[in-house]
Design a protein around this ligand. Structure first.
Ligand SMILES: [Zn+2]
Length: 151
């Protein structure tokens, strides 16, 4: 994919749009997110336009994650978070960007991931309930319960 003039990250990589760059490597840049989830929230982007990180070359991937590692360590030292949450999405800007977000217990990101874990566990419990043997067990339990106050 060629660099694109309508892509803000391509424009930043070419030095044509402003950004608070915190670290650089030959093939990647790390910059502050303009709408941070927390102080110190950084994005790590490849200089070349690509939508999915797994479509980068092996060299670009190594460079991107190497820079992400350097910056995550800086965030850890600077803010002493419980975690530096790291993920790749790109729904709003279709140019690879890794999120590096310092996260503390109870903050929105922590609550978000806790909610996802709760949903995962909940979904597993629901799937188990669809199993015929498990349904028979549940039905047996309810049949065995006495009717309260029945005549
Ligand atoms: Zn781009």
């Amino acid at each position: 994919v060629a660099e694109r003039t309508d892509c803000v990250f391509c424009r930043i990589a070419r030095g044509e749009a402003p950004a608070h760059v915190v670290a650089e490597s030959p093939l990647s840049l790390a910059l502050l997110d303009v709408q941070p989830l927390a102080e110190g929230h950084c994005l790590v982007i490849p200089r070349r336009h690509e939508v999915w990180w797994h479509d980068l070359t092996a060299e670009e991937t190594t460079d991107l994650f190497g820079l992400a590692r350097r910056v995550a360590r800086r965030i850890k030292r600077a803010y002493a978070p419980d975690f530096v949450a790291t993920y790749a999405r790109g729904r709003r800007i279709p140019h690879v960007h890794l999120f590096l977000v310092p996260s503390f217990a109870g903050d929105p990101l922590d609550r978000h991931f806790n909610a996802l874990e709760g949903w995962q566990e909940g979904a597993r419990a629901l799937v188990a309930l669809a199993d015929p043997a498990r349904r028979a067990e549940v039905a047996g339990r309810l049949r065995a319960e006495p009717d309260e106050g029945a005549p």
